[in-house]
Ligand binder design. Structure first.
Ligand code: BDR
Ligand code: CA
Length: 312
C-alpha cells in the first residue's frame, strides 16, 4: 500500500478524510500529526484519537504538532466547527495515547528513514508542521513522494477573507516555505471543494449505511453544513478535506493544471492568497498542480463505500 502521513486539524471534514483513509486498504497511514487550526492543537490531537477509535483503529500513531503559526498568533474557526472542533456527534473521550514524539520530529524522521519517493504527505489544515519540518530539515523536500494539500482558491475566492482560504490564511509563512520547497505539490483548493456539496441525497446515502459510525458522520455533516449552506445558498455545504484522500485513491476523479502558485504573506488586504498563474502569464516555475474539476458524484460514491467498511 501507499504510505502516507496525515497532518490535520479536525474539524468535521478532517474527520471524514481520516475515516476515508482508514477505510481504504490501498493506504498505509504511518501516523497522524495534529495541527493547530480549526481549534487549538490539544483539541485537534484529541479529536484525531476520537476518530481513530470510532474507526476501530486505536493502533494508529498520533502525534501533537506546533501550537501556533510560524509567525503571529493562532486564528481559529470555532464559528464554523463548534467549540470542540467536531460538534455534531457525541463521541467518548479517547483512551488511545498521544505519542511522546513531537509531530514535526515524526515527519522529519519518517521521511529521512524511508526510501526516497515512497511517503506521501497529506495536509488538511494550516501548513505549520510541514513548514517547520522543512525549515529544520530541508532535505525532506527531495525525499517526500508528493504533498497533497487542501488549501487555497483562485476562481472561487476566499472563505476567511475575499482573497484567502482558511488553511493558508492561518499560516501564510509556513505555506510560503512549502510552496517554495521544490517537492511535487497537488492542491485541492476551494475551486474543487465547493463542488463536493453535502446534498440531502448524498447525506441520505451515508445515513442508509445504518451504522453507529454513519450516524456520527451524518451528525457532523448536519452541524457543519448548517454554517455553509446558509452562506452559499446551496443544497448542502462544501466538504473540503476528504478530497485530498480521494485524490490518492482515484486521481481520475480530478482535473487541474500544473502551474506556478505563490503565497501572499504580507499584504493586509490579501494575506493568505494563493496567487495561481492558471493562464501561464508569467514564466515563474510551475510548482503545484492546481485542481479545478471534480466528479462530485464519483467522490461521494467512493466516500460512502469506504465508510461502509468501518469500523475495521
Ligand atoms: C479548510 O478549513 C477548515 O475549516 C476545514 O477543515 C478545511 O481544511 C477549508 O477552508
Ligand atoms: Ca481541516
Amino acid at each position: 500500500p501507499q504510505k502516507i502521513i496525515i497532518d490535520t486539524d479536525p474539524g468535521q471534514d478532517d474527520a471524514l478524510a481520516i475515516l476515508l483513509a482508514l477505510g481504504s486498504p490501498e493506504l498505509d497511514v504511518l501516523g497522524i500529526t495534529a495541527a493547530a487550526g480549526n481549534v487549538p492543537v490539544t483539541l485537534t490531537s484529541k479529536n484525531i484519537r476520537k476518530v481513530c477509535e470510532l474507526a476501530g483503529r486505536p493502533d494508529v500513531k498520533v502525534f501533537a504538532g506546533c501550537e501556533g503559526p510560524m509567525e503571529g498568533t493562532l486564528f481559529t474557526a470555532e464559528y464554523v466547527h463548534g467549540a470542540t472542533g467536531m460538534d455534531g456527534a457525541d463521541l467518548p473521550e479517547p483512551t488511545m495515547p498521544v505519542q511522546a514524539q513531537h509531530g514535526v520530529d515524526f515527519i522529519i524522521e519518517t521521511l529521512m528513514n524511508n526510501e526516497p519517493g515512497t511517503v506521501t504527505l497529506c495536509t488538511l489544515g494550516p501548513l505549520t508542521n510541514l513548514g517547520t519540518a522543512l525549515k529544520r530539515e530541508p532535505k525532506i523536500a527531495e525525499r517526500v513522494q508528493q504533498i497533497v494539500l487542501m488549501g487555497g482558491g483562485l476562481f472561487e475566492g476566499g472563505n476567511v477573507t475575499p482573497a484567502a482560504e482558511f488553511n493558508i490564511f492561518v499560516d501564510p509563512a509556513a505555506a510560503k516555505i512549502v510552496f517554495a520547497c521544490g517537492a511535487p505539490i497537488v492542491m485541492m483548493p476551494l475551486d474543487v471543494t465547493h463542488q463536493t456539496l453535502t446534498t440531502a441525497k448524498r447525506v441520505e446515502a451515508i445515513k442508509a449505511l445504518g451504522t453507529p459510525l454513519s450516524e456520527a458522520v451524518v451528525g457532523w455533516l448536519d452541524f457543519f453544513e448548517r454554517f455553509d449552506e446558509q452562506k452559499y445558498g446551496t443544497d448542502g455545504g462544501p466538504l473540503h478535506d476528504p478530497n485530498v484522500i480521494a485524490y490518492l485513491l482515484k486521481p481520475e476523479l480530478y482535473s487541474g493544471r500544473l502551474c506556478n502558485v505563490e503565497i501572499e504573506a504580507d499584504s493586509a488586504l490579501t494575506k493568505g492568497m494563493t496567487v495561481a498563474d492558471w493562464w501561464g502569464v508569467t514564466d515563474r516555475p510551475k510548482n503545484a498542480t492546481f485542481m479545478r474539476g471534480v466528479d462530485a458524484d464519483g467522490f461521494y460514491a467512493l466516500l460512502t463505500e469506504r465508510l461502509a467498511r468501518l469500523p475495521a
